[in-house]
Ligand binder design. Structure first.
Ligand code: 13P
Length: 263
């Protein structure tokens, strides 16, 4: 059975005070949680401080981006080995906001995936369709082409111990999440697409949902068999709400496990 994974993507939010305050609150609220992996992705400049504040906790550290290069004359960039050096475990790549505002291509993202794997870190590969693509019933074709970029670059085995986050663009920061049943259909498609390449890898890969997840709708997503947690944006900035989402994941997966053992 896959462990759910909840990651809080703080995006461009926070300051030193918030890092102290939010992490202290999360440590208190999540100290007894088992059965769910949790990570937070503060802005790059606060990662080192966050690592210090997270010492001896089960909450892992995630970066929101990484450069395409490992070292050299690339002013302003941060490499995967630097992130590893300060204790980062996960790195988000292919987020819609980077594909859109920073013009990152599928090829760039596949290269980043390869670099992250080379460093022994865990990529969180975001994929998903726009509203127009959704309306045109192109969701599966878009997800397949985003997966193909990585599959063609480094093969299906690269998805071993990796994370995929299905984030339909139209659900990000809009307050209008996907319908959990429709999201499940896409997650199943993603897993089945990987099954065509490697059954074992497909069965173990974590596929998160992202897009307007909150404390009220989280359980409906996590009770779907192929939704293995969430990449949470806005709701991760509030410790009570983020903790409630983590607890919903634990309870939903316990329910699913119980249901499957009684079949
Ligand atoms: P929201 O949860 O704010 O919609 O953001 C989702 C997201 O983009 C997480 O990476």
């Amino acid at each position: 059975m896959r462990h759910p994974l909840i990651i809080g993507n703080w995006k461009l939010n926070g300051n030193k005070h918030m890092v102290n305050h939010l992490i202290t609150a999360l440590r208190n609220k999540l100290s007894n949680i088992i059965g769910c992996d949790v990570a937070i992705a503060p802005p790059m400049i606060y990662l080192d401080k966050a690592k210090y504040n997270l010492a001896d906790s089960r909450i892992a550290l995630c970066a929101q981006n990484v450069d395409l290069h490992v070292s050299g004359a690339f002013t302003g960039e941060i490499s995967a080995n630097m992130l590893k050096d300060i204790g980062v475990k996960y790195i988000i790549i292919g987020h819609f906001e980077r594909r859109s505002y920073h013009k990152e291509s599928n090829q760039d993202i596949a290269d980043k995936f390869a670099i992250i794997k080379n460093e022994g870190l865990i990529p969180v590969l975001c994929i998903g369709e726009s509203k127009a693509e959704n309306d045109a019933h192109q969701t599966e074709a878009v997800c397949a082409s985003q997966l193909d970029a990585v599959l063609n670059r480094i093969g299906a085995k690269a998805f071993e111990n990796s994370v995929i986050a299905y984030e339909p663009l139209w659900a990000i920061s809009t307050g209008k999440s996907a319908n959990p049943f429709q999201a499940q259909t896409v997650h199943k498609f993603i897993r089945d697409y990987l099954v065509l390449h490697d059954n074992t890898v497909a069965e173990q890969v974590i596929i998160q949902y992202g897009g307007s997840v909150n404390a009220g709708n989280a359980a409906a997503f996590f009770t779907q068999p192929d939704i293995d947690g969430a990449l949470v944006g806005g709701a991760s900035l509030n410790a009570d709400v983020f903790a409630a989402i983590v607890k919903a994941a634990v309870q939903a997966k316990q329910k699913l496990a119980l249901a499957s053992c009684c079949l």
